[in-house]
Design a protein around this ligand. Structure first.
Ligand code: SAM
Length: 243
């Protein structure tokens, strides 16, 4: 359950080094600036070693990692993180990525993707600072059909505000589902949120990530095999409104 999940106290306290070992910065964590409230005697409060770049793309509820694996060569200079709540599935993705890295020795291939076990409905701001992300993918989220289960949906007014916080202005939320009712729900909740605007179909279809999202996630493959429909909607994070 969630009780076993460990969350960093703040994004600065998140240790990404085991997730992206090829991007660990060449600085000693002890000599980097310390938060004001910490003391050197309290080692647990020290900032962990930093990466040379930050995670910029997240796959919320990444499942078995098909999107991550396909995005890795498409966005080679970007760190991409899958977040998955099921322990066994998150571990499977971690092993999948480790194997891909081993199969591509001496290259940077697949060094830019990783998977973290987390409940994205909780503590997202503990992992990402304001404006850190450029893209957030929400692919085939669980539909939670029953009305009383709607609060478990991964798109909601409250969660959209968290996505808005983590995304920088111009950042994009990508959504796809085969459930039309859920598509309408996500469009309604994101379109009416003051910090998001829907992206035109023309711009949507010109974005190479959309084709990847439509074909490469495990769920999109399943829907494709069953000749099901795929409903796509993209939303741009706008500038913060003036005070
Ligand atoms: N995105 C993948 C795809 O398109 O193949 C997986 C889709 S699957 C239907 C939904 C996934 O979201 C499941 O793997 C589930 O465990 C995960 N999930 C559900 N709620 C979550 C949460 N609060 N935090 C992280 N992952 C979650």
């Amino acid at each position: 359950s969630d009780h076993q999940l460990v969350y960093p106290k703040s994004p600065a306290h998140m240790d990404w080094t085991t997730y992206f070992p090829a991007f660990v910065a060449d600085t000693d964590p002890i000599t980097t600036a310390q938060p004001a409230e910490t003391s050197l005697s309290n080692a647990t409060n020290l900032y962990p070693r930093k990466l040379t770049k930050e995670v910029e793309v997240v796959d919320i509820g990444c499942g078995f990692g098909g999107l991550l694996v396909a995005l890795a060569p498409a966005l080679p200079d970007t760190l991409i993180l899958g977040m998955e709540i099921r322990t066994s599935v998150a571990e499977y993705v971690q092993h999948r990525i480790a194997a891909l890295r081993t199969q591509n020795p001496g290259t940077d291939l697949y060094q830019n993707i990783s998977c973290l076990r987390a409940n994205t409905m909780k503590f997202l701001p503990n992992f990402f600072r304001k404006g850190q992300l450029t893209k957030a993918f929400i692919c085939f989220p669980d539909p939670h059909f029953k009305h009383r289960k709607h609060k478990a949906r991964i798109v909601s007014t409250t969660l959209n505000s968290e996505y808005a916080y983590a995304l920088r202005p111009g950042g994009i939320v990508y959504t796809i589902t085969d459930v039309e009712d859920l598509h309408n729900w996500m469009v309604q909740h994101l379109e009416t949120h003051p910090i998001f605007e829907r992206i035109s179909e023309e711009e949507q279809e010109a974005d190479p990530c959309v084709e990847i999202m439509k074909t490469e996630t495990e769920e999109s493959k399943k829907v494709g095999r069953n000749k099901g429909q795929k409903f796509v909607a993209l939303f741009r994070r706008l500038e913060d409104p003036p005070w």
